[in-house]
Design a protein around this ligand. Structure first.
Ligand code: SD4
Length: 327
C-alpha cells in the first residue's frame, strides 16, 4: 500500500475538505469517551502558515478519522510538498548532502513514538505513529528507523530535489553554518488537534539545514518538540531545536497549563524562561511555541518577531500572528 499523499490530488479537493478520501488507516483510541467541548467539533493548529496541512487534517477528521490520523494526514501532506524545504521530501540536507528526518507523535493517553536521523523515507510522521502503536519503544534512530519503516511498507526514496541540490551546491562554496531566524527556522510543522474532545499532536522536520551529520533537534523528542497531556493540553515547538532540548519547552508549557495558566500565558512564561537565559546574547535564535488546552483555547509566543500559526476551527482557517519577547 502506498502511503504517499499526492499533492495535486489533494489540492484538487480544496476547499471541499469533506470530500477528502480516507487514505490512511484509522486507529481506534482505546474506546475512551471524553466529554465533547460545546460547539467545537474540531480544532487544528500548526506552526507557521501551514494552512493546507490544517485543511487536510480537518478534512480527514470530517471523514471520520480520529485526531491522530487526521494529524498524520495533515503532516504527510507537507512532507510530500517539495516547496517546504524543512520537512520531508525536498528538505535541505546536512553538511554531507544527506537529508535526515526527525518526527514524533503523542496521543491523549500519553502514548508516544518518534524517529530521528532517518533517511530515505518520505513520511517520518507515519513511521512515528507506527513506532507509537506497534512497537514497545518510543524512539527509533538512523538506519534502524529506516529499516523499521521499510518493514511497515514504506518505500526507500531520494529526498533530495533539484532545488535542494542546487542550494546545497551553493552552500558548499562557503560552507558557513549560520541558521537564519524565521527563514531557515520557519518551516517545521508541529500540529496539535482537538477532535471530539480528544487531543493529539505531531511534529516533523528535516531539521536545521547543513547541520552536522547525526544532529538531532527537538522535533522528535517528547517534551522538547511536542508534548500532549490528554487531560490538560498540548504544545509543540519550532525554531532552534537546541534551545528547546535544553529547556524541555513543550513539557514546560503543558506543565504551566496544568497549574492553571491559559495556553497563551503558558507559552509566554516558557519563552520568558528561555529569553532570560539568552540574556540578549543570542538574539539571532528563534523559538516559537504553540499550545492548546482541552477546551480548545490556543496560544502562541516566540523569542523573536515573525512567528505565526495556522488555526482551523470547525473547518474555518485563519493565520494568527504571535507577539514575541524581543521586538
Ligand atoms: C530543529 N526545531 O530541528 C527544528 C527546526 C525548525 O522550522 O523548527 N525549523 O531544530
Amino acid at each position: 500500500m502506498s502511503k504517499s499523499i499526492k499533492r495535486r490530488s489533494l489540492l484538487k479537493l480544496f476547499p471541499a475538505a469533506a470530500l477528502l478520501p480516507t487514505f490512511l488507516t484509522t486507529q481506534t483510541l482505546y474506546g475512551c469517551a471524553p466529554k465533547e467541548v460545546d460547539g467545537l467539533n474540531s480544532i487544528f493548529i500548526s506552526t507557521w502558515n501551514n494552512i493546507n496541512a490544517n485543511n487536510v487534517a480537518a478534512g480527514s477528521a470530517t471523514e471520520g478519522n480520529n485526531v491522530i490520523d487526521a494529524i498524520v494526514d495533515g503532516i504527510s501532506f507537507v512532507e510530500s510538498d517539495i516547496k517546504d524545504m524543512s520537512v520531508g521530501k525536498g528538505g535541505r540536507p546536512d553538511r554531507d548532502g544527506d537529508v535526515t528526518l526527525d518526527a514524533c507523535m503523542m496521543d491523549h493517553k500519553g502514548e508516544a513514538g518518534g524517529v530521528c536521523f532517518m533517511q530515505h523515507i518520505e513520511h517520518p510522521i507515519q513511521v512515528a505513529k507506527e513506532v507509537m502503536y506497534s512497537t514497545p519503544h518510543v524512539l527509533l534512530a538512523g538506519e534502524g528507523a529506516t529499516q523499521f519503516a521499510i518493514s511497515k511498507g514504506h518505500k526507500k526514496t531520494d529526498l533530495l530535489t533539484e532545488e535542494s541540490k542546487s542550494q546545497y551546491k551553493e552552500w558548499l562554496k562557503e560552507k558557513k553554518y549560520q541558521p537564519i531566524p524565521n527563514i531557515e527556522q520557519h518551516d517545521t510543522i508541529g500540529m496539535l488537534g482537538l477532535h471530539k474532545g480528544i487531543l493529539g499532536g505531531g511534529c516533523s522536520t528535516s531539521g536545521l539545514a547543513y547541520k552536522l551529520k547525526g544532529r538531532v533537534g527537538d522535533s522528535p523528542i517528547i517534551g522538547a518538540g511536542l508534548y500532549v497531556d490528554g487531560e490538560v493540553g498540548a504544545c509543540t515547538a519550532t525554531g532552534m531545536g537546541e534551545i528547546m532540548l535544553k529547556n524541555l519547552s513543550s513539557f514546560l508549557v503543558v506543565e504551566f497549563m496544568k497549574n492553571g495558566d491559559t495556553p497563551q500565558i503558558a507559552c509566554e512564561k516558557a519563552i520568558k524562561r528561555i529569553a532570560d537565559k539568552i540574556k540578549g546574547e543570542k538574539k539571532d535564535q528563534q523559538v516559537g511555541l504553540l499550545a492548546i488546552d482541552v477546551e480548545g483555547n490556543t496560544g502562541g509566543f516566540s523569542v523573536l518577531p515573525g512567528f505565526t500559526y495556522a488555526k482551523t476551527v470547525n473547518g474555518k482557517t485563519e493565520v494568527v500572528k504571535c507577539a514575541s519577547f524581543f521586538s
